[in-house]
Design a protein around this ligand. Sequence first.
Ligand code: ZN
Length: 464
Amino acid sequence: MKEFKRCIIILIDGGCVEVVEDLLSKDELPNIRKYILKNGTYCRGISAYPSATGPAYAPFLTGCFPGTCNLPGIRWFDRYEFYSKKRVFGGLRSYIGLESVMMKRDLNKEVKTLFELSKNPYNVFNPLSRGIKFSRNIPHLLNPYAHFTHRWEIVDKTAAFFIRRALRKSNPDFLFAVLPAVDGLSHATGPRSSRVIAAYKKIDEMIGQIIGELIKQKKFEDTLFIISSDHGLTDTHTHFDLSEFMEKKNFRVLYYPLIYKRNINAVLAETGNSMANIYIKNGNCWKKRYCHEEIEEKLLKDLANREEISFVLTRGGKNEIYVNNKHGEAIIREKDNKLCYEYSKKDPFGYGLENKWLSYEGILQHTFNSEYPDALVQISQIFKSKRSGDIIVDAKKGFDLRARFEYPEHKSSHGSLCKEHVQVPFFINTKIKRDKIRTIDVFPSVLKLMGKQYTGLVDGKTFI
Ligand SMILES: [Zn+2]
């Protein structure tokens, strides 16, 4: 096996498999084809739930699911820290804006990042920066400007400038960079708009320049080069205001940006915005979470029957997970690293695998090309975070869960379990052994390809 001296991971935030494959088939990504695919591999990968910026970066950098990393959304609530009155830094989080600097602190202390396992790492525009020195971190300060002006192209251009500069001056053995334009422009104009397509082509051009820099320094041959994404997107035609729905159910709900309310008894944390964690005060106290059997049945039914919602997920008293929608109820059980599900009326995932105990690997194989790839594993992993909601709501394609206070209006969304959100493009400039991977597998594979040993906590399995 060839050993690489350095690794570069470029994350196209919001890069959709179908758009990338379409551009590849028309030969509109010539640099990626020439430099990466010549001796390398392209395949689809499965990201992680919630399929969204931040939580879905963590698998690449830690080899662990967002549930293991304790990052169950772009926004989340920690009832235990809220209860212990550490609210400002502990109870409530939104990684949209300034609070994103808290992501590295919020990350489970038991996991390690590729930055921490490298000698000379460098980071560009990625908030999950634990293990990076101040002088080797380029924070994503341009994002708020681009968010309100829609001038995302300049952010990618700036990222490419810093990547090339790092290669010239800082000799990184691991460089992780995020290109946010595809995601930002897709939210504003739709995932296949002409500006979004132009952004993909520009990325290909920038990758040609970055690799050109490596070739000039005679370093490309021993550089492991990976290009991937954290999630795809789908068009959004209707916004369902989940906060208003909860208020009509007589909850006093805390949600962004209205986070300074008193006497709340529910918290709503939307992500992407096709997924949301809902937290409900159990009696007089936030300390104890609600399990499925304790939540008012009518609330779950009314949510599950909404046309905007594909799944309502709750955890039972014995750690089984309930999946409700208007077609009925399913129960997912986990034992000895195997998962099994059964349902009352109609198979909610359409797998046809009822009552079969399957390993994580078996689930990946059997469900990869379904409408909800890997959903059993993904649902199970998110509930392992103590910050996950008492109720998790997953929106149907075409809908999202946030209507008021979302400026600019989202014309496309992500975060859900559907295949368009969860499948991501994956390029690597070496041959790999599998054609079905998860993004959690990148971490152990990178370490192996760079000849490093790691025996710490990791969910992924190497594809080398
Ligand atoms: Zn996004």
